[in-house]
Design a protein around this ligand. Structure first.
Ligand SMILES: NC(=O)c1ccc[n+]([C@@H]2O[C@H](COP(=O)([O-])OP(=O)(O)OC[C@H]3O[C@@H](n4cnc5c(N)ncnc54)[C@H](O)[C@@H]3O)[C@@H](O)[C@H]2O)c1
Length: 238
């Protein structure tokens, strides 16, 4: 299948690591012109997605460098406290998670939209999570932020429809990245002996590429839940 991404201008936030880096590599392999944005790492644009002035400057710079923007992928995210009962979550931690995971994609979409509106077949893809649908214990801020992100994407798809900009989310279950390795205490060993299914960042990048591609033109304001069918299964033992 031709994803028709060749020559398209793509900005990937969180492009310094994990899923964002895999997305950048896949889009580049498809012939796209990719710019990565991150707080750290070997990236093209250094910016904090929670900082409106920094986001505006970085997005405008990306559009100027490439003569426009066709696709934006919002991967920058943090997990916040993991394994912390909600009664012990500080307001500081709560706000930090929402600042990166919700305010960040809002600011990126807000400042990318004028550039994307000038492109044919523009698309924004956001990294939500299966945590928008199911909760692991001790991850209330992250789960709530991903639920909020899912609805942000739906609202954006409505607001930006007249500009021809599609907005969708991918919602993967556990992906083998530095984030999940740190959260689950397997930084060195990885997930080879995990008792649950784990996908790769490259798996997720292919899901993102489909939603970013004109191949998914009728798909808008929705999500791709990639969780190995976990949420489809009833608790009924029959
Ligand atoms: N790894 C998983 O199991 C998993 C599952 C579902 C969804 N996700 C989501 O996928 C996205 C990517 O996660 P990942 O696993 O690749 O994590 P990662 O930690 O490997 O990469 C996240 C990147 O975001 C960057 N970042 C964090 N805060 C930032 C900020 N304020 N400004 C700019 N950049 C910032 C980090 O520097 C890092 O490079 C996240 O939104 C995450 O919530 C991950």
């Amino acid at each position: 299948m031709d994803l028709a991404l060749s020559g398209r201008s793509v900005l990937v936030t969180g492009g310094g690591s994990g899923i964002g880096r895999a997305c950048a590599e896949l889009f580049a392999a498809e012939g796209a012109r990719v710019l990565t944005l991150d707080l750290r790492g070997d990236v093209d644009l250094r910016a904090d997605v929670t900082d409106e002035d920094a986001v505006r400057a970085a997005v405008d710079r990306a559009a100027a460098l490439h003569g426009g923007l066709d696709v934006v992928v919002c991967c920058a995210g943090i997990s916040g406290p993991v394994g912390t009962p909600v009664t012990q979550v500080s307001v500081t931690d709560w706000d930090a998670v929402f600042a990166v995971n919700v305010r960040g994609p809002f600011l990126v979409a807000k400042h990318a939209a004028p550039h994307l509106a000038a492109a044919p077949a523009a698309a924004i893809v956001m990294l939500a999570s299966d945590s928008a649908f199911v909760a692991a214990p001790g991850m209330a801020p992250y789960c709530a932020s991903k639920g909020a992100l899912l609805m942000l994407a739906r609202a954006l798809s409505v607001d930006l429809a007249d500009d021809g900009i599609r907005v969708n989310c991918v919602c993967p279950s556990v992906v083998d990245t530095p984030m999940s390795r740190a959260d689950l205490g397997v930084v060195e060993d990885g997930f080879a002996s995990a008792a649950f299914p784990v996908q790769t960042a490259q798996d997720v990048a292919r899901q993102v590429a489909f939603l970013a591609s004109p191949a998914s033109a009728p798909v808008n304001g929705t999500h791709l839940l990639a969780d190995f069918g976990t949420t489809a299964r009833s608790s009924l033992p029959a």
